[in-house]
Each structure stands twice: as C-alpha cells, then as structure tokens.
Ligand binder design. Structure first.
Ligand SMILES: Nc1nc2c(ncn2[C@@H]2O[C@H](COP(=O)(O)OP(=O)(O)OP(=O)(O)O)[C@@H](O)[C@H]2O)c(=O)[nH]1
Ligand SMILES: [Mg+2]
Length: 696
C-alpha cells in the first residue's frame, strides 16, 4: 500500500488524435525502467508500443481503449492512464478523467490546439482536473511551441506559463532551457536517457532571461512569499516551484513544457513537472452522494482508516472473468475483502487484486485510498460504487454521450449467432456508449455508437475475438422527432365490453421543451382526475416516446401538461388512463407540426493550404455550413457543421480529393430539423418499410 499519499500521482495523458500520447507514455515507461526497449507506434520493428496492446491498435497505429500503468519517479508512485484521441472512443477519456487527479494535455507543436484538444479540455474542466501542457513534436517542420502557448490562452482560455524554451527547432531541436534553474538540458545516449545539464547557449541568454522574468511575473500571483523574494532578490527554485504548484492545483495556471517524444527529448523534465506540480490525491476534492440520507453530499476523506469507498470506472472481460478497474477513494481494499455494491445492494468478495501495466498485471495484497488498481471476481456495471457496507453512498456519475449512429447486423450462420450475442453482451457492458437492441418489428439486431470507426472496431473485434461473422447494413443516423407548436388535447377513452367498461378522459396540451428530452407536468387543480391515476397518465405518454409518429424514431424535447380530465367511479382504471394518454398523444402530436431532427456534427478539416478549395467543396456538397476557415503558414483549417447523414464514407472522399494530405475530425454538436426535401425522403422510406413489414 502506498503509505505517504503526498508521494502518489494519478495522471492521464489526453489529447487530439496522433499527437503522441502513446509515444510519450512509451518513453515514460522506458526512463522509469518499466520497459527495457522503446518500441514505436507503427514502428519498423513491428512490435508496437506497450500501451497499445490490442492487435487492432497495433495494426492501425491508433489507441482504441485506454490503458493503465504505473511507474516510480523521484520517489513518487505515478499511476498513468493513456487514453485514445479519436472522438469515437471519447468515453475512454471521460471515465479516465473522472478518476484522475491531474493530466498532461499533449499538443502538436505544428498543429497547435486542434479540435480534439478542445473536447479533451472540456472534459478536463468537467472534472476539475489540473493539467500540464506538453508541446510535443518540436522536431517537426514548422514547429512553433510559442505559438501553441499563445493558442492555449486564446483558444482554450488557459493561463499558460512557459517553463522552458526550445534549443533549436525542427531537425535542429536539441533540448530545452529550464527557466527555473536557468540551465540548458540536453538528452544524450541512444534513447535520450542521459539528461545533461549545461550553460544556456550564448545566443539564447537574453531570450531566456526575458522569458524567466515573464514566468516569474505570472507565477508570483500565486505566492506572496515569491513576490517578496523577487523584491528582495532572493528567489529560489523551491519558492518558484511552490508558486507554480499552487496555481496549477488551483486550476488557475497551466505550466507549458516542450519536447519531442519521438526524438526522446524533454520527457524527463515533464515527469519532474508531474511530481512537482500536479496534485496528490489529498489535494483534490471528491464527493459522494449519500443514498440513505436524502442524497446529502458525503465529502470523501482520503484516508485508509476510513470506511471503504471505491468506484469501478472501467471493465474488461478476460480469460479470468471480469477485470474491474477501480479508484479507491476512501479506506482500503484487500484481497478476499467483502464489499457491497451501492446500486444493487449485493455483497461481493474480491478475488485477486492487481496493478495494471498495459495488458499485464501484478498481484498485490492490498491497496489504499487514493490509488488506482484493478480487481477480479466481481461482476458489476461500469460506474458502480462499492463500499464496505457500513454506509450507502455513490460517487457522482460521469457524463455519457448519446450514440448518434446505428447499424443493423446479421450473423452469417448459427455459430456466429451464438458468438455474436456473447460479444455484444460483453461490449455493451464494457462500453456505455455502445448500445445493442433488437428492433421488435424487424427483429433485426441494431447496434448504436459514437461513429463509423466505433462500430467498425466492434464488428472487427467480434470477428477476431469471438469468431462471429456478421453482415452489416449501411449505417443509419439517429434521427429524433419533436413538435413545433403548443397543441391542446381533450381526449376521452371509452369502451363498453360486456361487464365493466373502461373510461378515462385527459385534457391539457403538449409543447416544445428545448431544455430536455421529456417533461410531464401535472397541473390538475380540482381533482378531476384522482391522484392515483396521474402516474398512469404519465406512463401512457412516456410509452409513446420510443417511436415517434412520423418515421418511428424517438421523440425528444417534448413537454406534456395535463390540466383537466374526468374519471368514472367504476370504469376508470390504470389501464384506462394509460390508454387515454396514448390516444391524446396520437391526436395532439400529429396536429403539433411534428418535425424530424437530425444530428449535426462539428467537422474540422486540416491540411495543406493548396487543398483548401477542395476541402471546402467536399463540405458544401454535404449540406455543410462553414463556420470558419483560416490559413496559417501553409496550413489550412476549415470548420463546419454538417449533417451526420451526409458524412458516411467521408474519409475516403477527403483522402482522394486531397491526395491523402488532409485530416478531419468529427464530433456531435446538436440536433436540427431536417430540410423539407430530406423529410419527404425519410417519410417515404418509413412508409415503404412499414408496408414491407405489413406484407411479412
Ligand atoms: N515527428 C514526431 N512524430 C511523433 C512524435 N511523437 C509521436 N510521433 C508520431 O505520431 C504518430 C502518432 O503517435 P501516437 O503516440 O500513436 O499518438 P497518440 O496520441 O497516442 O494517438 P491516438 O492514441 O491514436 O490518439 C506516430 O507515428 C508517432 O511516431 C514526435 O515527437 N515527433
Ligand atoms: Mg495512443
């Protein structure tokens, strides 16, 4: 168990696709002696980076699942989670940031703040995660770390402070000037393992002095001691570090470091900075909700002697059963301990307890508050809270984005069918953004997810890991339906069949509700509907939301208000009121100018300026709305909002129109009504499908 919590760091490495997170983590593991040779992502030796352990990750050279590891640096224990950059796997970033205390935001020195940097930054803010910025790839042509520092301020609204200056750039990038110790650092040896200190090169001295002044100015804001010391000219390294730490932990400052992971430069000083400036678990505030005491807030005390509270943030099904990644917030966990799931109330016995090192694990007897480990022997959902049973609390949940794309899949043979269902069960349990449903009408299996790549990866994994071969339909967009005007209803459900009849009447209105998916308001004053039947009305309305009346997609942004009605002492019942509500919905929805909504994606394309015309054209052809475009030192960047329905197969188009030189990222932005022509098309398609269904 880690006894001195001030010597523990839990950090995440998050950033835009391809910015070098996994490459950086590989170097960190090498310099901390966790691995004994460096293997690159898509490197020539064909081995692949430690943290990208899945075959599919190695083949494609991208990270798909987050992976955890740990190392020792300057007498500190550092737990690290390397996350994927592609937005389709954003849940992996989300759940990691949920449980981490600090993060390294990696940026490319050429591309600077990119679209995913914004998304990741937003996620870091959501969980109040202090961060360091690492400007990577300083060896690339066009590297400009100072410009990236400026973008951190202008685009992300950070308070970035440069702690280093580059010594040379591009192919002459040699090392960095440490502005705190006023030393030049060079990285020698075959893999940059020897950090050699030396005097600052003559040509850089004036610039370094000015940059140090600037740095001192910015960080003295966070320390009166440092301010005083500056005035009295007795500044020390410790005083500066303490000030930077205070600003960083307080989320008011972002230290900026510089390097090239690939060229083995600048990684050790980054590790120093993790230890110096990122918080230990006791410096971060965490809260749980008391499930017994009226949802009161329970403040977490990071202490091994407190009752145990832990959060299962990630699951993986493996050879030895479910592997559950967890963050221990309070108390401790030992092998063979009994813990209670706060959601289900079920008791479980912890089997093995392990520390993860990518896909390897090391068994440990116990772990304490503040640590991140994994356990076997427990079956649970991702996001479940466990305690030792002495109280019932839940850690606040994480943000789970809604899937926007779906695909129907069909196994090719009976064997695949059995395997497919196993695979789907596992994937949907592990990944809350991956959903599986069977369409009751067509009895087709429909999978939903965050994007084409997300679903493609699961289909490939079904084949490889489960031997389940499936045919897929073209991807479908997750349309929604809603109403556009307030519409009253007054509906009576009446039925007389032999003995007792059915009678219920509901009146009120439905209207657009942009603030949420659905709201039901009971506005009945005089008791025209008996209290006990109000929930029946709500149930009736809710039952209509799953399938809208236009094209059968879910209904959203709808408020239903009931303000009158009638009941009969004998013939009114739960069922009668549900039926009345359904009748009222059918009647009013059709008159409320219903409309179809489609997901709109925020698309960002980056590429050489000579292709900017082609980049724009591809978006215009796809009903794209250009939000902005800019050109900077030969690079063009175009930002647009484009309907998801138009974006299928876009990767191929973009590749061929720009000779593979442009890249794009895409992320859900909002729902908007479809244009008339598209609505007509969708209605025709829905009518055809219905007719085909009827013929069956
Ligand atoms: N020139 C240069 N290339 C780098 C550097 N760091 C990483 N790369 C290259 O950038 C590519 C992507 O690196 P990764 O480490 O896989 O990036 P990542 O951020 O983990 O990518 P995802 O996890 O897929 O988002 C690889 O080809 C690396 O070799 C660097 O400092 N300089
Ligand atoms: Mg990676």
């Amino acid at each position: 168990m880690i006894s001195d919590l001030s010597k523990l760091r839990n950090i995440g490495i998050s950033a835009h696709i391809d910015s070098g997170k996994t490459t950086l983590t590989e170097r960190i593991l090498f310099y901390t002696d966790r691995i004994h040779a460096i293997h690159d992502v898509k490197g020539k030796d064909g081995v692949g980076a430690k943290m990208d352990s899945m075959d599919l990750e190695r083949e494609r050279g991208i990270t798909i699942a987050s992976a955890a590891t740990h190392c020792q640096w300057l007498g500190h224990h550092v737990n690290i989670i390397d996350t994927p950059g592609h937005v389709d796997f954003t849940i992996e970033v989300e759940r990691s940031l949920r449980v981490l205390d600090g993060a390294v935001l990696v940026l490319c020195s050429v591309a600077g703040v990119q679209s995913q940097s914004l998304t990741v930054d937003r996620q870091m803010r959501r969980y109040h995660v202090p961060r360091l910025a690492f400007v990577n790839k300083c060896d690339r042509i066009g590297a400009n770390p100072l410009r990236v520092r400026d973008q951190l301020r202008e685009v992300l609204g950070h308070n970035p402070v440069l702690l280093q200056l580059p010594i040379g750039l591009e192919d002459r990038f040699e090392g960095v000037v440490d502005l705190i110790e006023m030393q030049a650092l060079r990285f020698e040896g075959e893999s940059g393992e020897h950090v050699v200190q030396g005097p600052i090169p003559e040509a850089l001295q004036a610039e370094a002095r000015a940059a140090r002044e600037q740095m001192l100015d910015a960080v003295s804001m966070f320390s009166d001691d440092l301010t005083e010391a500056i005035l009295e000219d007795r500044v020390t390294t410790d005083l500066i570090r303490a000030a930077i730490r205070a600003g960083t932990v307080g989320l008011r400052l972002t230290p900026v470091l510089i390097g090239s992971a690939y060229r083995n430069r600048g990684v050790q000083p980054l590790l120093d900075a993790v230890v110096f400036y990122l918080p230990n678990p006791t410096e971060v505030k965490n809260e749980a909700v008391d499930l017994d005491g009226d949802e009161a807030v329970h403040e977490i005390v990071v202490d091994v002697s407190q009752p145990t509270v832990l959060l299962a943030f990630k699951l993986e099904d493996g050879r030895y059963g479910q592997l559950t990644y967890l963050r221990i917030y309070q108390g401790q966990l030992t092998r063979d301990a009994t813990i209670v799931n706060s959601r289900s109330g079920k008791k479980h016995r912890v089997g093995r307890l392990v520390r993860m090192h990518a896909n390897e694990m090391e068994e440990i007897p116990a772990a304490g508050a503040g640590d991140i480990v994994a356990m076997f022997g427990i079956d649970c959902h991702s996001g479940d809270t466990f305690t030792d049973g002495s109280m019932r609390v839940a850690m606040t949940s994480m943000h789970v984005p809604e899937p926007v794309i779906s695909l129907s899949i069909k196994p090719v043979d009976p064997k695949s069918e059995i395997n497919m269902s196993k695979a789907l069960h596992r994937f949907s349990k592990e990944d809350p953004t991956f959903r599986v449903a069977v369409d009751p009408e067509s009895s087709e299996t429909v999978i939903r997810g965050m994007g084409e790549l997300h679903l493609e990866v699961y289909i490939e994994r079904m084949k490889r890991e489960y031997n389940a071969i499936v045919e897929t339909s073209p991807p479908q967009v997750a349309y929604r339906e809603t109403v556009s005007q307030r519409t009253e209803f007054n509906y009576t459900h009446k039925k007389q069949t032999g003995g007792s009849g059915q009678y219920a009447k509901v009146a009120g209105y439905l209207e657009p509700y942009p603030e949420g998916d659905f709201e039901f308001v009971d506005d009945i004053g005089g008791g025209s509907i008996p209290r006990e039947f109000i929930p029946s009305c709500e149930k009736g309305f809710r039952s209509m939301l799953a399938k809208g009346r236009r094209i059968g997609h879910p209904v959203t942004n709808l408020r239903v208000v009931i303000d009158d009605g009638a009941a009969h002492s004998v013939d009114s019942s739960d069922i009668a009121f549900q039926e009345a509500a359904r009748g009222a919905f059918r009647d009013a929805f059709d008159r409320a100018q219903p409309k179809i909504l489609e997901p709109i994606m925020r698309v960002v394309i980056e590429g050489p300026a000579e292709h900017s015309g082609a980049m724009l054209a591809t978006l215009m052809q796809r009903r794209g709305m250009i939000i902005g475009s800019q050109e900077d030192s030969g690079q063009a960047k175009v930002e647009a909002e484009v309907p998801l329905a138009e974006m299928f197969g876009y990767a191929t188009t973009l590749r061929s129109t720009t000779q593979g030189k442009a890249e794009f990222t895409m992320e859900f932005s909002r729902y908007l009504p479809v244009p008339e022509s598209v609505a007509t098309e969708l209605l025709e398609k829905a009518a055809k499908a219905k007719a085909a269904q009827a013929r069956k």
